[in-house]
Design a protein around this ligand. Structure first.
Ligand SMILES: [Mn+2]
Length: 195
């Protein structure tokens, strides 16, 4: 079963994440940050991951630690659930439209963490949420999942739509990249023999 749990406690946050990569999109999310909950719920739905995320964070400071640490723990959980990565598709890319916004996502489950993030927001806030935290979450996720991740918003106006196109795009690309390719016949998809 490709599922894993991560518990991570620091002076700033207490995070618990469980993920089943072969789920149905069922999400139980409670980070204390409404917009982040919304993004993680649609990440689960569009990835067809069963996902639980619970964060007790220092929201009296701001939403930074909660957002970043949720990304760290979710990345770690994905890496753990993938295990030795046998049989996976490994690569995926797509364009994800959300009304006027369009984001391109390319992913390589490489074991080499790297993020290219070319997405800009015209406003600093989406409700209570700082738009700069979208990048922080993607950075934390990519580094801890051990994936190469390129995110580029080609155009878009509304910050909520832009953020949603990034999270939905990641979910859809990850869903494809982690899918078992029967032609791989359980092999690790690398000439090196490991990822
Ligand atoms: Mn929305």
């Amino acid at each position: 079963m490709r599922a894993a749990s991560i518990s991570r406690r620091t002076a700033e946050t207490d995070v618990h994440v469980s993920i089943d990569l072969d789920g149905t999109g069922k999400a139980t999310i409670a980070t204390g940050v409404g917009f982040l909950d919304h993004m993680l719920e649609l990440f689960a739905r569009h990835g067809l991951f069963d996902l639980e995320v619970k964060v007790d964070g220092d929201l009296h400071v701001d939403q930074h630690h909660t957002t970043e640490d949720a990304g760290i723990a979710l990345g770690q959980a994905v890496a753990k659930a993938l295990g030795d990565k046998r049989g996976i598709g490994r690569y995926a890319d797509l364009h994800l439209p959300m009304d006027e916004a369009l984001t391109r996502i390319a992913i390589d489950i490489s074991g080499r963490p790297f993020l290219v993030f070319r997405t800009a927001f015209r406003v600093e806030k989406i409700g209570q949420f700082d738009t700069e935290l979208v990048r922080e979450w993607f950075q934390a996720f990519a580094m801890n999942a051990g994936i190469t991740l390129h995110v580029e918003t080609l155009y878009g106006d509304n910050a909520h739509h832009i953020a949603e196109s990034c999270f939905k795009g990641l979910a859809r690309a990850l869903r494809k990249a982690v899918s078992i390719d029967p032609r791989e016949d359980g092999r690790v998809p690398s000439t090196k023999g490991s990822l």
